[in-house]
Write a protein that binds this ligand. Structure first.
Ligand code: NDP
Ligand code: KPL
Length: 341
């Protein structure tokens, strides 16, 4: 029987573990630091629109991980900036008693926002499945996760990377559905990940305070640049109308532990954890540089967020003026020559 090894005990990983626990699906949650120590000792405080429960989870500290078995599937739920380190930790761990079987031969599912993790994973893992995940999940307090997806936890689109689907993908999607996710396979998951990035380039705006009109205009500029470079890079973006499953009855519940403006990027800043912005807006900047397309708004957002990570704590939202002055500063942001020039 499949057992899911969930790597990372934050908003996405602890939620998966709690859902597997409730659905009777085999899993082991492997995390680090104060969060996993708390979960091991006290369980997880798990807030859903239907109520808050204290759940005991099958949890392990990365310092003493569970032994792997041939039927295991790895679910990577660390942030993109932590993926390389986590993958290196797991790739060459032995599986069962087989002399040459290592974790790198087990299926690995990458839940990260952005486009970078799958390529990093494919260097060591032979069977990489990309997952595009929509879920309003919040982790800002040790030992507590709130998930506002209602009635299901979230929406997962999953397929082999770089393309295709297979029985393993179907099996994982089936288990996710049993665990109360709306889940479907896609033979071209990169298109879903690229389309989701159009949303996630706006996550950074949760760090800034300013007039709504300014936020809307800046957000539109971030998305426009993202569309331009993704198309230049050859991505055709998936459209919601391509879904095989309906999201008509799925929503983010009100008053369920997550306010507007508290998406995953904001959560990391509030926790004082490292920032994923280099893999969201930074992905757009990278593609712009590769294809000779200026991306001043994404670059400004990346710089402002990068500077904020250097300060201790995140006591207050940043000012939009910082962003505007960075966009207008020709010394910081110069158009890049087309690739090959
Ligand atoms: N939160 C959300 O609502 C959504 C998030 N996503 C995406 O899902 C991914 C995961 O995000 P999210 O769950 O919010 O992130 P979190 O920061 O909440 O959780 C990640 C956890 O992984 C831990 N971690 C980091 N490296 C390792 C490692 N090597 N071994 C074990 N644990 C490790 C982190 O520890 P530490 O505390 O020390 O940093 C943290 O506890 C991101 O790419 C995000 O963009 C997608 C959709 C929604
Ligand atoms: C789905 C969404 C937008 C949830 O807030 C997300 O991807 C994030 O928080 O990064």
């Amino acid at each position: 029987m499949t057992r899911y090894i969930v790597i990372g005990a934050g908003a996405v990983g602890a939620t998966l573990a709690a859902q597997f626990e409730s659905a009777g699906i085999g899993y082991a949650l492997v995390g680090r630091g104060a969060q996993i120590r708390h979960i091991v000792e006290h369980g997880l405080t798990y807030q859903r629109p239907s109520g808050t429960r204290q759940i005991r989870l099958n949890a392990f500290d990365t310092a003493a991980p569970p032994a792997l078995a041939a039927d295991d599937v790895l679910l990577l739920t660390v942030k993109a900036q932590d993926a390389a380190e986590a993958l290196a930790f797991w790739a060459w761990r032995p599986v069962g008693d087989a002399p040459a079987l290592t974790a790198s031969r087990l299926p690995l599912v990458t839940f990260q926002n952005g486009l970078a993790t799958e390529t990093i994973a494919l260097r060591t893992f032979a069977h990489v499945y990309g997952a595009s995940l929509l879920t309003p999940a919040r982790f800002t307090e040790t030992g507590r996760i709130a998930v506002a997806g209602d009635p299901q936890v979230g929406v997962v689109t999953l397929g082999r990377f770089p393309r295709g689907t297979d029985e393993t993908a179907e099996r994982i999607v089936g288990d996710l559905a049993r665990a109360d996710y709306i889940a479907e396979t896609s033979a071209d998951v990169r298109r879903w990940k690229a389309a989701k990035l159009l949303h996630n380039v706006r996550n950074v705006l949760d760090l800034f305070d300013g007039p709504e009109a300014e936020r809307t205009a800046f957000g539109a500029a971030l998305v426009e640049e993202a569309k331009t470079v993704l198309e230049a890079a050859g991505y055709s973006l998936a459209s919601p109308s391509e879904r095989k499953i309906s999201l008509a009855n799925w929503r983010k519940a009100e008053n369920s532990g997550i306010e507007g403006g508290q998406q995953s990027t904001w959560q990391s800043f509030v926790r004082g954890a490292s920032s994923e912005v280099d893999y969201l807006n930074g992905e757009i900047v990278l593609l712009g540089r590769l294809h000779g397309i200026p991306t001043p708004h994404n670059e400004a957002a990346q710089i402002a967020a990068g500077l904020a990570t250097r300060k201790a704590g995140f006591p207050a939202l940043l000012s939009f003026d910082t962003l505007r002055s960075l966009v207008d500063d020709p010394a910081t942001l110069r158009p890049h020559p087309p690739a090959g020039d």
